[in-house]
Design a protein around this ligand. Structure first.
Ligand code: PLP
Length: 357
């Protein structure tokens, strides 16, 4: 089967096999990774290796701390506001769709003023806003680099006029190259391009830590940094799996190589969509198209439902689109193979013929 899920997403087959091979005795300890202590050297070695491999992959300078957190990207909507929106208590929100709006709503809940400095609303979020209307001082601007639901992705970042940038990279981290130096903080849930759910990556400039006072410990980045992300019991298995994925990525040539692969996969699907008389891509502006999430539809809900049902029967799984966009969505994250896109396009061609298009 081919799993087109938007997350939790497909993992590399070689990683799954390695995880199986290394159980039930991890590194001859007689214990499974699921059982080892987070205070053991077995864990510590694994944690530091994963951290340094991620640093290598994203070229993260030493001036940035890498935290392995929990609570998903959703908890980071809150945590970033609590830790960084401390002076003005005001942030600028680049509204590129559902997840960016969620980030703004959660920041508001902890008393932060959210100024929508740009919005893709006029295009129905099929195009990205680049022009920012900045007024006054902000603690940071928030950007969602890839919009998982709407299928748009920033290839170049908007001009921030010296403001700090916070990026939610949940759905294209390690799949698209960005310069970490352009951001004060980056966060991402792991369950798309990194590993199992339960791990959340936070990359934060060290000089931004320690501004906030009296935060709950789990939400306090500086306390988490001091304790090497093991303030409480960390998600050991998720960190282990992420570490294996980082090695897999390094072996394949890193983020630049992955970006090329993702571009090739998305191009194959978009070439078909742009020439199809039955299927239409939701995002028509080529430069704003995501390489990891591709929404499309026929325009006829009943036909979409039939397509999804027949595709599922052929082993093309999880193609149902998000309810906000409807239709179908093919998520083509790093571990998703090119052959899966070929299989999808072949099936779409066949389906189009059976309905007379
Ligand atoms: N941000 C983006 C861009 C997402 O795609 C998602 C989930 O799909 C989230 C945030 C929420 O992530 P989590 O489930 O890790 O809280």
């Amino acid at each position: 089967v081919y799993n087109f899920s938007a997350g939790p997403a497909v993992l590399p087959v070689s990683v799954i096999k390695k995880m199986q091979a290394e159980q039930p005795s991890f590194k001859d300890s007689g214990m499974s990774v699921l059982e080892i202590s987070h205070r053991s050297s077995l864990y510590e070695e694994m944690f530091h290796q994963a951290k340094s491999d991620l640093r290598k992959l994203m070229k993260i300078p030493d001036t940035y701390e890498i935290l392995f957190q929990q609570g998903g990207a959703t908890l980071q909507f809150t945590a970033t506001a609590l830790n960084l929106a401390t002076k003005q208590k005001r942030i600028g929100l680049i509204d590129s769709g559902h997840w960016s709006q969620r980030a703004g709503q959660e920041a508001q809940l902890v008393g932060v003023e959210v100024d929508p400095v740009a919005s893709g609303q006029a295009s129905g979020y099929t195009e990205l806003p680049y022009q920012l209307n900045l007024t006054g001082a902000y603690d940071y601007l928030h950007i969602t680099t890839n919009n998982t639901i709407e299928g748009t992705m920033y290839r170049r970042l908007p001009a921030t006029e010296g403001n700090l940038l916070v990026g939610d990279m949940s759905s294209n981290i390690l799949g698209q190259s960005y310069d970490v130096n352009d951001f004060g903080l980056i966060y991402a849930g792991a369950q798309k391009n990194i590993g199992p759910a339960g791990l959340t990556i936070v990359i934060v400039k060290k000089d931004l830590l320690g501004q906030a006072q009296a935060l709950p410990a789990m939400l306090d980045y500086s306390k988490q940094a001091k304790k090497d992300s093991a303030l409480n019991t960390p998600p050991v298995f998720a960190i282990y799996a992420a570490g294996l994925v980082f090695k897999w990525l390094l072996d394949l040539g890193g983020v630049a190589a992955m970006q090329k692969r993702n571009e090739k996969k998305a191009a194959l699907l978009y070439d078909y969509l742009d020439n199809s008389t039955l299927f239409k891509p939701a995002v028509t502006k080529v430069s704003d198209r995501s390489t990891t999430n591709v929404p499309f539809m026929t325009g006829d809900e009943a036909l979409d439902a039939r397509f999804i049902e027949e595709a599922t029967a052929q082993g093309l799984l999880n193609l149902k689109g998000h309810r906000l966009v409807g239709g179908m969505r093919a998520s083509l994250y790093n571990a998703f193979p090119y052959e899966g896109v070929e299989a999808l396009v072949a099936f779409m061609e066949k389906f189009a013929k059976t309905v007379g298009e």
